[in-house]
Design a protein around this ligand. Structure first.
Ligand SMILES: [Zn+2]
Length: 163
């Protein structure tokens, strides 16, 4: 029979807290948590902050920006990528820490970027030809470290398909 079963898996690191990270990574996570204060999220009360370290040594911040017309809102990750593209054109992003503060509940376990942001992260990696490392956490508790953001989007659609 012409059947093959595909299988997909990836490895990530799980740290009990920010204190178990290297000082550099702990700094990124602390800044992402701080960046949640920049969020404009009066509708969801779900504040997301992102903080990126570029290869060049530069840093970029992002936060979610909602809108009364809901689909107009933008996630922290894509806000950050758009800023990076303006402020540091063509400079690869080494790592992005992403944290959230849920004003309606708890913020103590890592959450992952939404599907649209995964697609945007993949495109950015392709643009600058370098994988982006993700550090995911809430305001406290565990931190997940994912070495290549593309791991979060298996069998993805990309520019290759348009050639
Ligand atoms: Zn998103």
């Amino acid at each position: 029979m012409g059947l093959t079963i595909g299988k997909y898996s990836f490895e990530y690191e799980e740290y009990d807290s920010i204190e178990d990270l290297s000082p550099e990574d702990a700094h990124l996570v602390a800044e992402a948590r701080k960046a949640t204060k920049l969020a404009y999220a009066p509708y969801s009360n779900f504040l997301v902050g992102a903080y990126a370290a570029l290869n060049s040594g530069g840093f970029v911040v992002g936060s979610n920006q909602e809108n009364a017309s809901y689909p107009v809102g933008i996630c922290a990750e894509r806000a950050l990528l758009a800023s990076a593209a303006q402020l540091f054109p063509n400079e690869p992003i080494n790592s992005i820490a992403i944290s959230y503060h849920n004003l309606n509940g708890v913020s103590n376990k890592p959450l992952s970027p939404c599907g649209m942001c995964r697609q945007a992260l993949q495109e950015y990696e392709g643009r600058v030809n370098q994988p982006i490392r993700l550090l995911l956490s809430g305001m406290e508790g565990k931190v997940f470290v994912i070495n290549h953001s593309i791991s979060l989007l298996p069998l993805s659609f990309s520019a290759i398909a348009l050639k």
